[in-house]
Design a protein. Structure first.
Length: 319
């Protein structure tokens, strides 16, 4: 594909092998438009330099000295994330904008921290938090895309379908197929969850992990697979692994959540929710949604108030 001087290649939101060839002015206009009309994005009066200083101060205040050394924080100068977009093909027909949904974002706004030094080291922090979540939260999350089909087929095979209801919905009494699935918009989730709520839930999860395990740390082995386990000593020097205290993980998580600014060119925006593309946004979704799922599965009265009836003693074994 030939790209002209005033044209840009923009990734497709779903089909990662495809790109959109768009005039530079049109791409900039789309980014500006959907950032300005977003309910959870607000135009900031701060300059890029001031917003960068604010974000640096957030990291400097929240990161422990141990984490600063691990992340080589002395190299962090320009930490203000920037925004770019991916095109949602369903909103464009023949290269023409065709979406008529009010308030719908036809470009996914992604916040990137690609300019942060030693960014790969945040992946070890992410893995440490993931290890804690998988150890203490009883959710049905599938952690690898390669395992989705196998795991879902196995869970559906084990599910119990109430034969007395004749596939009738317990809420509307309408006939339904034996298995009904739905999908939700991840972008809307990120924009509606506040950073303070995510930090509050993460604190409870780490406290529960410490209570259950009797440990206060997570060890992540170096290597492409980043295998990890709860426990270990931060005082031990081991070149084959990294050990993180629960308290350090909470501070690192809070630092990422509270970096609530990003730039689009020379203009800054403030975000109410979690940034899509943030270094720890994925694990933030796992923690928040996992706790919500766990509360739902254990609260029979809550399910009953919303019209959901049980067909088996175990909520995760029924349809």
């Amino acid at each position: 594909m030939f790209r002209g001087k005033n044209e840009v290649l923009v990734p497709d939101d779903k089909l990662k092998k495809y790109m959109w060839l768009i005039p530079l002015w049109a791409y900039q206009h789309l980014l500006w438009h959907f950032a300005l009309v977003a309910r959870t994005w607000h135009l900031s009066c701060l300059s890029v330099a001031c917003a960068n200083t604010w974000c640096w101060n957030v990291l400097n205040c929240l990161l422990s000295e141990r984490l600063k050394k691990f992340l080589h924080f002395h190299k962090y100068k320009h930490v203000l994330p920037y925004m770019y977009g991916t095109i949602k093909s369903k909103c464009f027909v023949g290269g023409v904008h065709s979406c008529c949904k009010v308030g719908h974002s036809c470009i996914r706004k992604i916040v990137s921290c690609a300019a942060w030094p030693c960014r790969k080291r945040w992946k070890y922090i992410h893995k440490a938090l993931e290890t804690v979540v998988r150890s203490v939260i009883m959710s049905d999350e599938i952690w690898g895309l390669k395992d989705v089909c196998i795991v879902m087929q196995s869970r559906i095979a084990k599910a119990s379908i109430g034969s007395t209801r004749l596939n009738a919905c317990g809420r509307c009494s309408c006939c339904k197929p034996p298995v009904v699935a739905f999908s939700a918009d991840a972008g809307q989730f990120f924009e509606t969850v506040s950073p303070s709520a995510a930090v509050r839930v993460t604190k409870k999860v780490l406290e529960r992990a410490a209570e259950i395990s009797g440990r206060n740390s997570v060890t992540v082995l170096r290597g492409p697979k980043r295998q990890a386990f709860i426990g270990g000593s931060v005082a031990r020097v081991d070149p084959s692994s990294y050990c993180f205290l629960f308290s350090d993980l909470l501070l690192a998580f809070a630092a990422c959540m509270f970096v609530g600014f990003c730039r689009l060119g020379d203009i800054c925006f403030r975000m109410d929710g979690l940034p899509i593309g943030g270094l720890l946004s994925k694990i933030a979704a796992s923690i928040f949604l996992g706790c919500e799922e766990e509360s739902w599965s254990r609260n029979v009265a809550w399910r009953r108030r919303n019209g959901f009836t049980a067909t088996s003693p175990s909520w995760d074994k029924e349809v």
